[in-house]
Design a protein around this ligand. Structure first.
Ligand code: PEP
Length: 257
């Protein structure tokens, strides 16, 4: 069945988050994705790969001339300075990135990143000319306590930079309990949350929130992508484990053919 856009006017986005995986031997996986995209396998979707920083420049060069874009998985809020081990948004841009993920739940949890920190990072991304993919999502306990919507609402209002250009921000709704677990919310729950996020964006931003792409992330696989990606207000996916092999990743992106 041909793909029908669920948010008319928005180009879907499928982004792969490689996390702390991959070595030089895997640069070919990116090249395979670039060839598949050139062959029309992602249809109208925009494709982004976020490898570890060590592979970013090599992958971006190996795909030079391809419409596939690359991204970092995190950035520091400052453009440069005495921040051992950190990478700035400007450095990511210099290495060939067009996107950066900020506020991923693994960073919120393991690196104690607050909404305030996430907002500073997202602001840095925009300053550097990158698109910021801002992650939000509730834990299992928060959902079970009936708090999923307020938790995500709070993360949204705390993490989104003020006065930003909407086309350079993407929201990724990633329920923490669905990441890497094989569990996914029901299509109804995804629809409710994405509608809520859309309404929040519409209410709080100077331009209509309909222009912001809202991705779903959390155990997206080829087998469930068709159902999840056709939920209203789902404008693409942030994919972890299944983005590590070109075949699986392209099978997900193929929903948009
Ligand atoms: C992620 O880490 O952003 C993610 C969605 O992971 P996975 O697809 O493996 O659940």
């Amino acid at each position: 069945m041909p793909y029908r856009p669920r948010s008319p006017g928005l180009r879907p986005l499928v982004a792969g988050n490689w996390k702390m995986n991959g070595s030089r031997n895997d640069i070919d996986e990116a090249a395979k994705i670039c060839s598949a995209v050139a062959g029309g396998e992602a249809g109208k979707a925009e494709i982004v790969i976020c490898p570890p920083a060590t592979l970013l420049m090599a992958m971006a060069s190996s795909c030079n001339g391809s419409p596939v874009r690359f991204g970092g998985q995190d950035c520091h809020a400052e453009p440069s300075g005495a921040f051992t081990g950190d990478i700035s948004a400007e450095m990511l841009k210099d290495a060939g990135a067009s996107f950066v993920i900020v506020g991923h739940s693994e960073r919120r949890r393991a690196h104690h990143e607050t909404d305030k920190i996430v907002r500073a990072k997202a602001t840095a991304a925009l300053r550097a000319g990158l698109v910021a993919i801002i992650c939000v999502g509730e834990t299992r306990a928060e959902r079970e306590a009936g708090g999923a919507l307020p938790i995500v609402g709070g993360q949204l209002s705390g993490s989104i930079p003020e006065n930003f250009s909407l086309e350079r921000v993407v929201i990724a709704y990633e329920p923490v309990w669905a990441i890497g677990t094989g569990l996914t919310p029901t299509a109804q729950d995804v629809a409710e949350m994405h509608r809520f996020i859309r309404d929040r964006l519409n209410r709080h931003l100077p331009e209509p929130g309909g222009n912001v792409r809202i991705l779903y992330g959390g155990s997206v696989k080829p087998a469930n992508a068709g159902e999840l990606m056709t939920v209203k207000n789902v404008d693409g996916a942030l994919v972890g484990g299944a983005s590590l092999t070109s075949a699986e990743f392209m099978a997900i992106a193929g929903v948009y053919r």
